[in-house]
Design a protein around this ligand. Structure first.
Ligand code: AMP
Length: 213
């Protein structure tokens, strides 16, 4: 399975991507997670990406395409993938096509999770993340077992700097301007599946699986 998940920040891409990757036994590849880890490690990529992420801006396409090329060529990346947060621009989508073409592969589907923009700010303000292992929580829909503590590694949860309200507004604007046009790009290739992203995590997951059958 080679799947792309599209949707504005807060639509639930990460949550659904984890489930879909498990169901289809392919890796979940989140460019946001990879970049945040690079920032934590202080690698060259992390140093270059840090200010873009903190300000809610897109990291330049060439850095992202390098990162994806590397990841898709890795052992498990060749089996298939669920891409979360990539591509985010037409130029990234064209780069992905090129990469797949060069290894005789193609996407099976692009799922766009659709959600009322008013809900997004609320969802993002209740999102928390583990700064150590990167696991996401939502204080309302998927809280940790012990308040404020990661279920997996016991670290204290934090709010992502870019989930604060002003940065969220910028990220939503960038999504509308630069990423939403990808829907037309993929619709014209017959790959787009639009899914209602409201309701429980399980309901949305079932809608996606049904659309993929
Ligand atoms: P995310 O976790 O997908 O919301 O990504 C968090 C931040 O990482 C974004 O606001 C961007 O600064 C950066 N980022 C993640 N993926 C990409 C991408 N495909 N292109 C450019 N920047 C990205």
């Amino acid at each position: 399975m080679r799947l792309v998940l599209l949707g504005p920040p807060g639509a639930g891409k990460g949550t659904q991507a984890v489930r879909l990757a498990e169901r289809y036994s392919v890796p979940h590849i989140s460019t946001g997670d990879i970049l945040r880890q690079a920032v934590r490690e202080g690698s060259e990529l992390g140093i270059k990406a840090n200010s873009y992420i903190a300000e809610g801006k897109l990291v330049p396409d060439d850095l992202i395409l390098d990162l994806i090329q590397h990841r898709l060529k890795s052992e498990d990346g060749r089996r298939g993938f669920v891409l979360d947060g990539f591509p985010r621009t037409i130029s990234q989508a064209e780069g992905l096509n090129e990469l797949l073409r060069s290894s005789n592969e193609k996407l099976d589907a692009v799922v766009s999770i659709e959600i009322d923009p008013k809900l997004l700010v609320r969802r993002l303000s209740s999102r928390r993340i583990c700064p150590s292992c990167g696991r996401n929580y939502n204080l309302i829909s998927s809280p940790p077992q012990r308040p404020g503590i990661c279920d997996l590694c016991g670290t204290e949860l934090i709010q992502r700097e870019d989930d604060k309200e002003q940065t969220v507004m910028r990220r939503l604007k960038i999504y509308t301007k630069q990423t939403a046009p990808l829907k037309e790009f993929y619709r014209s290739k017959g790959l787009l599946k639009q899914i209602d992203g409201e309701g429980s995590i399980e309901d949305v997951c079932q809608r996606i699986i049904k659309a993929l059958q």
